[in-house]
Design a protein around this ligand. Sequence first.
Ligand code: GAL
Length: 280
Amino acid sequence: MKKIAMLYICTGKYEIFWDKFYETCQKHFYPDAEKEYFIFTDSERVLRCKLPGVHTYYQAKTGWPYDTLLRYQWFCTVQDALAPFDYCYYVNANSEFLRDVTEAQIPYPTEREPLVLSLHPRYYHDLDGSECSPERRPESRAYVAPGTPCRAHCGAFWGGTRDAVLEMCRTLRDRTAEDLADGVIAVWHDQSHLIKYATEVPHQNIAEFLVSYEEYADPEKCLLMFPAKAKYGGNDKLREVSRDERLKHLPRKIYRSMLGGAKKLHLDGALKGVARIVKK
Ligand code: GAL
């Protein structure tokens, strides 16, 4: 029987997602495998939970965007505990498995392609980074030169063989730390580093429609869904940061594409907020 380690972060308000994630992951994610959970949280409730195979680690909320950016640092702290596992997977806190994930739908990592990566559903067919927004500032270690084939890999779900995941976490831990030492934060934080890393290492991409944010999901096909954060007060409330603060460092080109996305999805609140910042 395969042994799988699930890596999971729920700090601050994100603890509300834990129960649904745990219940649906236990039920649907490779039901035939043996799963254990490595949870980084500041929630007393989650820290105290005594479920079998659930290991909890105190992790303070570090503030946006560090709550997401520093994930590779945190995962490296449990490297030794991951030794007994065949595979490791990370999933966003707001994750719900809707149906069984089996090898037929998402094959296990292999020796040749030891990482398994998901793609952002909105940019699934972007094959060169022209629609999604890879880091284009050469001062960041997440920099992807224009013209380099690159896809919209998604920070919300990724996995691989234990060794490949640990190698990735160590590499991206070092790159984010070096960026920070230079005062640089990649445009989409940990996700930008993942996008760059995927241009460098062999991996398999998960087929379209299987993993999706709710806003883009086909309910007939989706196996793993990230529920719309709007239902839980929105991105900024969950992240405990104001929208202006969260977006003010982003390049204009990215606001424009966000405006396009918000319009398409009729997200009126988001639209107003982004429009206000674009004006400034
Ligand atoms: C989101 C992703 C998160 C994290 C974040 C970085 O799209 O779901 O896991 O990578 O981007 O800003």
